[in-house]
Design a protein around this ligand. Structure first.
Ligand SMILES: Cc1ncc(COP(=O)(O)O)c(C=O)c1O
Length: 431
């Protein structure tokens, strides 16, 4: 008989051998509804949002539905989350001479958008929410600081109330990046509705997806108009979709980053399914998370409001780097892993461009034009700080002591039972 008490990492029988499902939350809920929505657009042969043989207005309706879902007045759909970041920073007027505070745990596109605009990103440390630490934000503010980018990471909100308070008190704008937390909330208030502007991404890993895509959200009419011009051709458009060329306030430079009707139609379906997608992940995550409460050595990520967690990742933290690595390896041996192509169960130091210490372009101050721009221009003299490993000690410590486990939206009860059993076996065996 096989010995189930011996850890699989020591040659025992694993809890399971079948890989866990891949992440990609929105994908698991895709069915004929999305197929029909896209097909209807193709049949209309009107794939452009502003005109065509028989325009359906899918992107426009999607924008209205997203604004309502986030509790803001305005939404602009874009070709990607990165495009939304760039256009939003354009609307906010980011440029040379300005520092923008970005979190040590986020995504390279956040810092890249600042650099592309000629500004200087300043990396601030995180706390046990794995999002911006309000005290670190205060410390990072200088006379050059223009704004703060709060990134709600790995499915759960950051401390939006505290960061909003800092931004207001210090006269800074706040941009929320909800790419990884679409559908999240704090006390019933949607993330994305706290700051001056917000962005969302619909890339394949996100809670709703069309493969690629994004939106900008705001309740400020001026920012809306400027963001609109930035994402399009640099000019506002009238209700009929025609360009307004004679408004000086709206004469900017455009990115050509509009959303097409196929994605607009598909995302309208995904938005209707969002409560089910997020609800499934949250239920699975909290069932597993609650089973870990009895293990004293496991430190659980602080989530400002568990009811507003979108649930797509579980983060657990251990006493030191060696212990985290061992727990991850032991869980992997027990079968807590996905098929190749998924990111279930990794120590966070293996989490690539999410970690500030892997942003080599920022550390080496790589220039856009090969002549030093934006780093060496006079307006940016003396701006920015160090970004190599060690600059954000809390983040460094959390990354090496923490394990990230993806929670797919289609975990079965048996999958959850197996993850719970694997944790119990691994932690119980060596406690
Ligand atoms: C936090 C965060 N911001 C921005 C983006 C950029 O979104 P996209 O991939 O749609 O350009 C991502 C995406 O992957 C992200 O995780």
């Amino acid at each position: 008989m096989l010995d189930t008490a011996v850890l699989a990492i020591n040659g025992g029988t694993p809890v399971r051998t079948e890989p866990l499902p891949l992440e990609f939350p929105g994908v698991h809920f895709m069915d004929e509804e999305e197929v029909e929505a896209v097909t209807a657009v193709v049949r209309s042969r009107s794939l452009f949002r502003y005109y065509g043989p028989a325009p359906r207005g899918e992107v426009k309706q999607f924008e209205q539905e997203m604004a309502a879902a986030f509790g803001v007045r305005r939404c602009i759909a874009t070709g990607s989350g990165t495009g939304a970041l760039h256009a939003a920073l354009g609307a906010l007027g980011v440029g040379p001479g300005q520092e923008v505070i970005v979190p040590a745990y986020s995504w390279i596109s956040v810092a890249a958008a600042v650099v592309q605009r000629g500004g200087v990103p300043v990396v601030a440390d995180i706390d046990d929410t794995f999002c911006l630490d309000p005290a670190a934000v205060e410390r990072a503010i200088t006379p050059h600081t223009a704004g703060i980018m709060l990134v709600h990471m790995s499915g759960a909100p950051g401390d939006a109330a505290a960061i909003t308070e800092v931004a207001k008190r210090r006269g800074l704008w706040l941009l929320e990046d909800c790419a990884q937390c679409n559908g999240g909330s704090i006390g019933g208030k949607p993330v994305g509705s706290f700051g001056d502007m917000a962005i969302v991404s619909f890339q394949l890993n996100k809670n709703m997806t069309a493969g690629e895509g994004g939106v900008m959200l705001t309740s400020d009419e001026r920012l809306y108009n400027r963001a609109f011009a930035c994402h399009d051709l640099g000019y506002a458009r009238n209700e009929a979709g025609r360009m307004i060329l004679n408004d000086p306030e709206m004469t900017l430079w455009g990115l050509g980053c509009r959303m097409d009707e196929m994605r607009g139609a598909l995302l309208r379906v995904q938005l209707r399914k969002r409560p089910r997608i997020v609800g499934a992940m949250r239920a699975s995550k909290y069932r597993i998370r609650e089973s870990l409460a009895r293990f004293e050595e496991v430190q659980l990520r602080r989530v400002p409001d568990p009811a507003g967690d979108t649930g797509c990742f579980l983060i657990t933290t251990y006493r030191d780097a060696a212990r985290a690595r061992w727990v991850s390896d032991a869980l992997r041996a027990e079968g807590v892993r996905t098929a190749p192509g998924g990111v279930s169960n990794i120590v966070m130091t293996d989490w690539g461009l999410h970690l500030y210490s892997n942003w080599s372009g920022l550390e080496r101050r790589v220039s856009i034009d090969g002549k030093g721009f934006p780093w060496t221009i006079p307006a940016n003299a003396g701006l920015g700080g160090k970004v190599e490993r060690g600059a954000c000690p809390v983040a460094d410590g959390l990354f090496e002591r923490s394990i990230l486990i993806a929670i797919p939206s289609n975990l079965t009860q048996r999958d959850e039972d197996d993850v719970i059993a694997a944790f119990a076996k691994v932690l119980g065996a060596t406690a």
